[in-house]
Design a protein around this ligand. Structure first.
Ligand code: PMP
Ligand code: GLN
Length: 386
């Protein structure tokens, strides 16, 4: 054995994320995987044909750092149509390798060592390590089952001179809740006249139900001036493995974002950008999404109505939170493991999304699945009735 280099981990907590853990367990136990969030159905054939076409046509070299001009043009038109905000395609958008990289680059660009970043827990799992890598200090606001609501006066009380960023996520993974217009206005009031940047994770913008409207930061001009919003084509196109996304914001923030993006990615793959530029040019290719997923949510809830799992009806995302309080007092990691290994359905526990586990007896199931998958899972979950 040779000498080993000595280094100090920047993420000493290390660990494997809960999605990987539960997917591995699901495979080992041949469980139906309602854990990790990905569709078990194909993306549109038209989209696949476009991707194939552009590879064959030779769109295989670097494209501009901020994204292919026609893709940024398509996105700008789409955002103005949906949120009423004119977005300059060349200076206010940057295409990224998925939302994870978008979040990472935004945090690296704006958070300096010692800066405080407020996040709302349960929080999507990459926020905390990314903030730690930047040297920032995570300030968690705890939301709990069943409301997962935010008291903005309390948030205001958490803000001080060191607060650099507030990370929001609507529709919210893992709770399935959404922020209202009033929530966004309260946030706008808190950050106005401060140096705070809002990082708004809106990857589930199209997965919103019961006639609710997605409250993008783009609907609030004053808030938008201090915001970077992140999006993922993985969710919108049923293609999580492509790892493509983008950010939008005012020019002064996107310009700084691009400076950092330049040195860690430069540009993302070109042929997929050509394909998406064509595909999303037709609003029909995203307008169907709320009703498409709402039907899946309702199917899952109807089929599980006879089990002891109590849903907190998801208003957005493709995740549904369920309380198992009435049948078990196991901690949620243990219960999710039991469901996977004994019942044959993989789930995600809520506690990994918290700094401090509130002890809620809640798991998350993903309904981005074919009806036959949801039916098969429901049949297995009937065993919980005892
Ligand atoms: N934010 C949230 C809330 C997510 O659920 C996910 C992943 N599903 C991401 C960001 C990361 O998106 P991507 O796969 O495009 O990196
Ligand atoms: N976003 C997906 C989820 O919430 C998982 C992504 C991942 O595995 N990193 O389930």
């Amino acid at each position: 054995m040779g000498n080993q280099a000595d280094f100090q981990s920047k993420l000493p907590a290390g660990g494997t994320n809960i999605f990987t853990i539960m997917s591995k367990l699901a495979t080992e136990h041949k469980a139906i995987n309602l854990g990790q969030g990905f569709p078990d159905f194909e993306c549109d054939e038209k989209l696949k044909e476009l991707v194939a076409k552009y590879v064959t046509e030779g769109k295989n070299q670097y494209c501009p750092l901020a994204g292919l001009p026609q893709l940024n043009q398509t996105l700008s038109a789409k955002m103005e149509r949906l949120y009423g905000m004119p977005i300059d395609p060349s200076s206010q958008i940057c295409v990224t390798a998925g939302a994870t990289q978008a979040l990472y680059t935004a945090i690296m660009a704006f958070v300096n060592p010692g800066d405080e970043v407020i996040i709302f827990e349960p929080a999507y799992d990459c926020y905390t390590p990314q903030i730690q890598l930047s040297g920032g200090i995570v300030k968690p606001y705890q939301m709990t089952y069943p409301d997962y609501s935010i008291d903005w006066d309390k948030v205001k009380g958490m803000v001080n001179d060191k607060t650099r960023m507030i990370v929001i996520n609507t529709p919210h993974n893992p709770s399935g809740t959404v922020l209202s217009k009033e929530d966004m206005q309260a946030l706008e009031d808190i950050v106005s006249d401060t140096k705070i940047i809002v990082l708004s994770d809106e990857v589930y913008e199209h997965l919103i139900y019961d006639g609710e409207q997605h409250q993008s930061v783009m609907r609030f001009p004053r808030l938008f001036e201090q915001s970077i919003a992140t999006f993922s084509f993985g969710k919108t196109l049923h293609a999580t493995g492509w790892k493509m996304g983008y950010v939008v914001g005012p020019e002064y923030l996107v310009s700084e974002f691009k400076t950092v993006h330049q040195w860690n990615v430069f540009c993302t793959n070109s042929f997929v950008q050509f394909a998406i530029a064509d595909y999303l040019g037709d609003p029909k290719n995203y307008e169907y999404l709320p009703s498409f997923f709402e039907k899946k949510r309702d199917t899952m809830n109807e089929l599980l109505a006879d089990t002891p799992l109590i849903p907190k009806i998801a208003k957005g995302t493709y995740f549904q939170a369920y309380s198992y309080e009435s049948i078990s007092d196991m901690p949620d990691r243990e219960f999710a493991k039991y469901l996977t290994t004994e019942i044959g359905v993989a789930a995600i526990p809520m506690s990994p999304f918290y700094t401090e586990d509130p002890g809620d007896k809640v798991i998350r199931l993903c309904f981005a699945k074919q009806e036959s998958t949801i039916e098969a899972a429901a049949e297995r979950l009937m065993k919980l009735k005892g």
